[in-house]
Design a protein around this ligand. Structure first.
Ligand SMILES: [Zn+2]
Ligand SMILES: [Zn+2]
Length: 264
């Protein structure tokens, strides 16, 4: 069995990722229009009835926007979130389509094992997800103001890691966002900066050497660009004498473009 990953969109205006094995497909978040999600399924050759779940990271609109329309479009699909998140989701999802998980406890969907882990963000009980299949690990970790040791352990051995590179600190500070919003983004429960993303990757490579694919995600439209994020992170890695190559490939998951299909 091989696992495949595709980002349909990543950023503050909407997030949605597809992970699939030969027999099971799940989405992480549904923060873009239903139309774009269905187009993504089509483009990746994923029959919609194959999609059995949407896993919800947290209740912010860029992650839950299309939950109602997706449950309508795909009759067999169930939506998974923890209890505190369900309490805050303001989109109508019929009771019988809701599933509950406990943060930190693994569960199974088809031949995929799902592990929700806590992240640090200003939402009720935000999580990242690691998905395991056939000895391989895919981890998605965005919307986290910092990477604690606990989060580090959850993501460090991922074969494919989508890690947040939200903003370049100077662009944010000199930009036009109001001061309280700047403080929110920079805080421990905000979003991960390019620098902190780069430092986390240094630690991952140094402590857990292996071959891995890294996708930079949840880039800010206002306070980052794909080029700035990539350069900032490569600079941080190179200061630590870490270079991209066969063992470490890095690409950007774009805000408004479907990514390649990554096959593990
Ligand atoms: Zn978000
Ligand atoms: Zn958020």
């Amino acid at each position: 069995m091989t696992m495949k990953f595709c980002s349909f969109a990543s950023g503050s205006s909407g997030n949605c990722y597809l992970i699939k094995s030969e027999e099971t497909a799940v989405l992480i978040d549904a923060g873009i229009s239903g139309k774009r999600i269905l187009a993504g399924l089509e483009e990746t050759g994923t029959p919609r009835e194959m999609v059995s779940a949407i896993l919800v990271t947290h209740e912010h609109i860029d992650h839950v926007k299309s939950l109602p329309v997706m449950t309508k479009r795909i009759p067999g699909l169930q939506v998974y979130a923890n209890e505190a998140t369900w309490d805050q989701i303001d989109r109508p999802v019929p009771e019988e389509r809701r599933e509950l998980f406990e943060t930190g406890e693994e569960f199974q969907i088809g031949d995929l094992t799902i592990r929700p882990f806590p992240v640090s963000h200003d939402a009720a009980e935000p999580v990242g997800f690691s998905i395991y299949g056939d000895g391989q690990q895919i981890s998605v970790c965005t919307d986290s103001g910092f990477i604690s040791d606990e989060i580090f352990e959850e993501i460090a051995e991922a074969d494919l890691l989508l890690l947040e590179a939200n903003h370049e600190k100077e662009m944010l500070l000199f930009g036009r966002y109001p001061y309280p919003l700047k403080q929110r983004i920079l805080g421990d429960e905000g979003h991960l900066s390019n620098l902190h993303c780069g430092e986390c990757l240094c630690r991952i490579v140094n402590e857990k050497p292996k071959r891995r694919m890294v996708l930079l995600g949840h880039l800010s439209h206002e306070n980052n660009t794909p080029e700035v994020a990539m350069q900032a992170i490569i600079n941080t890695l190179e200061e630590d004498r870490i270079f991209t190559g066969d063992d470490l490939q890095i690409e950007v998951a774009m805000r408004d473009q479907i990514s390649d299909i990554y096959e593990l």
